[in-house]
Design a protein. Structure first.
Length: 335
């Protein structure tokens, strides 16, 4: 019986045999034979993709201790009957496809697209962090995404394009150079297009902010309008409604969350609270518009997010109360 969501082990074995033939064949008709085999049953496509991915990961991570242990465990679990039908690499590929496919998927590795002429393949992966979690993921093309707390990113790869949808939160993208395949980040109706560069994207309550650390990107919208180019040291604030603002800023500070520090520069308290709530155990609430409009500047440690509300009462004319559910409520002390 196959694991949930995996092709049948016997089908994986057959797919591994086909993969080996495709890689070793000198006969120009081999591709046509493989296409014909895949077309006979939709399950063969899934099995072939699983084995091709495993083959790719075996090559990339052969020296990794986790990889070696995963393969040993899968071999121990494999029925003797199936092992007897295999020799050398074919057995290894099928065994790891059965025992390790789900584990590799869960680990966050970006799926590999096997180079099969004439077949367009798209690979999608989802990465998320909890409210008190940050992480970094390495993609198959060498790009790296650092995810801030409470962030959701969906990546989609094919032979012609690389796309990441920032569905929630904040992420820093270090894009591997590939002029033939631009890297697009989609967020709040904006498309940020890069070839090889580093930039930070933050989803705001009413739009998006793009901060350039290195290189340059093009930013376009889903409504008619000119593209804009951002260079290192520039920051764009693009609201859902209203004009786009581009200004010079310390973009590295805006990405300081990677080092555990959040910087604010004349930031409305309402926006600063949204940011600090990413890290606070007890949420902060701004009770009135007057308080929300106060401008915050300074550096605040993520580890001390729960002290942020108290610090605001020491800087501004604000009062702090705790609600029954533990929230910190900031209110203006002046009518």
């Amino acid at each position: 019986m196959s694991a949930p969501g995996l092709p049948d082990p016997d089908l994986l074995e057959a797919a591994a045999e086909r993969l080996l033939r495709a890689e070793q064949a000198a006969d120009p008709t081999a591709d046509a034979a493989l296409h014909a085999w895949l077309a006979e049953d939709p399950g063969r496509r899934a099995a072939f993709d699983a084995v091709a991915e495993t083959d790719h990961l075996m090559a990339l991570y052969a020296e990794e201790a986790q990889m070696a242990e995963l393969r040993r465990g899968a071999l121990r679990a494999r029925p003797a009957r199936a092992l007897a039908r295999w020799a050398g690499l074919a057995a290894g590929l099928s065994v790891l496809a059965v025992g390790g496919w789900a584990a590799w998927q869960a680990s966050g590795f970006a799926p590999h697209v096997f180079d099969l002429p004439g077949v367009e393949q798209t690979r999608t992966a989802l990465y998320r962090t909890a409210a008190d979690e940050r992480t970094t993921v390495a993609l198959a093309d060498g790009s790296v995404i650092a995810l801030n707390a409470d962030t959701l990113v969906e990546t989609t790869y094919d032979r012609r394009s690389r796309t990441a949808r920032l569905l929630r939160g904040q992420a820093l993208f270090s894009v591997a150079h590939d002029p033939s395949r631009p890297f697009d980040v989609l967020a709040e109706g904006r498309r940020v297009t890069a070839v090889g560069t580093e930039f930070d994207v933050l989803v705001l309550p009413d739009g998006v902010r793009v901060a350039m650390l290195d290189g340059a990107v093009r930013v376009s919208g889903d409504r008619p309008g000119p593209e804009q180019t951002l260079s290192a040291g520039e920051v764009m604030i693009a609201p859902r409604e209203g004009p786009v603002v581009v200004r010079k800023a310390d973009a590295k500070r805006l990405a300081g969350w990677r080092e555990g520090v959040v910087y604010f520069e004349e930031t409305p308290l309402s926006e600063a609270v949204v940011e600090m709530n990413r890290y606070a155990r007890n949420r902060i609430v701004v009770a009135d518009a007057r308080a929300g409009a106060l401008r915050v500047s300074g550096a605040f440690r993520i580890a001390e997010a729960d002290a942020f509300a108290q610090a605001m009462t020491e800087i501004f004319p604000l009062s702090l109360k705790r609600s029954g559910d533990g929230r910190a409520v900031l209110s203006s002390t002046k009518p």
